[in-house]
Design a protein around this ligand. Structure first.
Ligand SMILES: [Zn+2]
Length: 597
């Protein structure tokens, strides 16, 4: 048995504790470095006086000051996540945020000036070997050049955002988190006030009546607050439309493509192929209806548990399963995974004051990542361990990259994590003897895939239509409800009945408010992992090395270039379909097990 104390993380390799004087010294030094940086380089790039050697030095100094700032900032975040009730932790977090924003104000000029370098001058500077080590970072920055406004306008926009877009984001967040629902919780005689999260968790309850009542209560409360929610959506949509006009983006999705380094045609094809495969999802829904003993399921039954699948795992069992899954794939990867436990870079169990959910803090080059879980022994928790360890291993392998190239490109951020889950699912399916549990495992894998591919495509289509419609004028709540309903109906077809309250399903999706058009990244991530996994099945060991090299490349190139050495061509129209063919295979395996043909 692992000692419980060994399953709390050890942050002492960063600082000796929350009162370590080095923490404040590091922050102060970061701020000094930023002031010097501004003094040394401000105006040098814009006036094109800078030569390659000086630019290389500037890039080095820029990276160094950011790393100096990151270490105390990340430490404060980890302390706070570990126990948010300690006043000192809150104070450190606030202090590091304050310095971070001061540093970013001092250094903002640098990226803006780089944007404005002439094409010829930029190309000449890139000839330098040192400068070229930052090539991808610079190229990504420069992709924004055609859409940049002059410095004063940029500053005005930033300031007006506070009372514009950001004010509506804030209002949406405050309203959403303030909502309370009067509800009779299962097994309780009287209604009481509960949170939205508690209601959404009931979508996994075995009783269909409870699932439906919970989701309807959740959505109806949103309808009651429809006036404010509709205003938030309208203003967020309008704000983006106006900014797109101002910057002359060729399309409303252009800034997302720039950030994700994705080609619009590629994304459109991916979504079109996904829509062509909606019948595959409907086929699954029909099978699940049968497994649940229903004539036809409702959309509140999609995540209903199958059979008696609430098996419990000890953490040692979970750890053993996940490490074995990585071991069969690559002993080297399993070794690096072991180090998380050996070096206590993982915090396993829930405790008062600790943040909920799970995450991987990737840290930075020179500092190994940390993982946080809230392990309670469910199958889900075992998958989460595989998921977060996958993220962690991605960061470990990318340790040799520069800070600018350390983090994976956005649409590939979930590659290693979902791949880790895939390895675990396969191991569990191969080892499991109990047919019911195997069925439950396959159902949950398929539901994950449906949620990350089909559903996210529906979300993106809704979002595209809402943004485009907003260009013609204010959207009434009823129109948003109608758009939402129609897009969802395409996915559910005749296989699933949507409950009437679901018309308001759009109004609680925070991605629409916080990270516009982000949802297609999930589709990309999932289909990519399915493709990588198939390659692994086909190529065996020769794939493993290429996969490790992919992770080690971090974010040093755009997705298309990172994937080329693995024989993946994102422009191949068949590429996305192969992912769905694999899902079809999983569904056939499930039908076989369930005795349904
Ligand atoms: Zn993740």
């Amino acid at each position: 048995m692992t000692d419980e104390r060994d399953l709390q993380w050890d942050l002492s390799r960063l600082y000796t504790g929350a009162n370590d004087p080095q923490w404040e010294r590091d922050l102060a030094e970061a701020k000094d470095l930023a002031v010097n940086f501004r003094h040394n380089y401000r105006g040098r790039v814009a006036t094109e006086q800078i030569d390659a050697a000086e630019l290389a030095r500037a890039l080095g100094a820029y990276e160094a000051l950011q790393k100096k700032l990151l270490k105390p900032s990340l430490y404060a975040q980890l302390l706070f996540a570990g126990d948010s009730t300690v006043e000192r932790h809150k104070a450190l977090l606030a202090r590091s945020r304050e310095i971070s924003s001061a540093v970013s104000e001092e250094t903002l000029f640098f990226e803006l000036e780089l944007l404005r370098l002439s094409e010829e001058r930029f190309a000449a500077l890139l000839q330098d070997r040192e400068v070229a080590t930052c090539r991808h970072f610079l190229n990504q920055l420069r992709a924004h050049t055609p859409f940049a406004l002059n410095e004063e306008v940029e500053q005005v926009l930033k300031r007006k955002d506070l009372s514009g877009r950001e004010a509506f984001v804030q209002l949406f967040d405050e309203l959403s988190s303030s909502l309370r629902y009067l509800f009779v919780m299962p097994g309780e005689p009287e209604p009481r006030e509960v949170t939205g999260e508690a209601l959404l968790a009931l979508l996994h309850h075995p009783d269909g009546g409870i699932r439906e009542r919970a989701f309807a209560a959740f959505l109806d409360k949103h309808a009651e607050n429809g006036l404010v929610l509709t205003a938030c959506f309208n203003n967020i949509l309008l704000d983006h439309g106006k900014e797109a006009e101002l910057r002359r983006y060729p399309d409303l999705m252009t800034p997302t493509h720039l950030a994700s380094e994705t080609e619009p045609e590629m994304v459109e094809r991916m979504m079109a192929v996904t829509e062509e495969n909606f019948p595959l999802a409907q086929d699954y829904f029909a099978l699940k209806s049968k497994l649940l003993g229903l004539e036809k399921m409702k959309n509140t039954d999609v995540y209903a548990p199958i059979g008696d699948s609430d098996r419990k795992f000890s953490f040692d069992e979970a750890k053993d399963l996940v490490l074995t899954a990585f071991e069969t794939f690559s002993p080297r990867l399993a070794d690096s995974a072991q180090a998380f436990f050996r070096e206590r870079r993982i915090d396993v169990f829930p405790r008062p004051g600790k943040t909920g959910g799970a995450f991987c803090m990737p840290m930075m080059p020179g500092f190994q990542p940390y993982l946080l879980l809230n392990f309670t022994g469910n199958l889900r928790d075992v998958s989460t361990l595989a998921h977060e360890l996958g993220h962690g291993l991605h960061s470990v392998l990318a340790q040799d990259q520069k800070l600018f190239h350390y983090y994976a490109p956005l649409p590939m951020a979930e590659t290693a994590s979902v791949f880790g889950e895939m390895l675990l699912t396969r191991l569990l399916l191969d080892r499991e003897q109990d047919r019911t549990i195997k069925i439950a495992l396959l159902c949950s894998k398929l539901e994950d895939i449906i949620a990350t591919t089909f559903r996210q495509t529906v979300l993106t289509r809704f979002e595209q239509k809402a943004h485009r419609r907003r260009g013609d004028g204010l959207l009434a709540a009823e129109e948003l409800c109608g758009l939402w309903w129609d897009e969802n109906a395409k996915l559910f077809g005749t296989a699933v009945d949507m409950i009437p309250s679901y018309r308001w399903g759009w109004s609680y999706i925070s991605h629409f408010i916080h990270s516009r058009f982000y949802c297609y990244s999930y589709v990309f991530g999932e289909l990519l992992v399915l493709a990588l996994y198939q390659k692994y099945l086909e190529e065996g060991d020769s794939f493993v090395l290429k996969y490790l090299q992919l992770l080690a490349a971090g974010g040093s190139r755009p997705p298309g270039e990172l994937l080329a050495p693995l024989g993946i061509d994102l422009n191949d129209p068949d590429f996305w379909q192969k992912g769905y063919d694999f899902v079809r295979g999983l569904l056939d395996e499930l039908k076989e097990l369930a005795g349904v043909r």
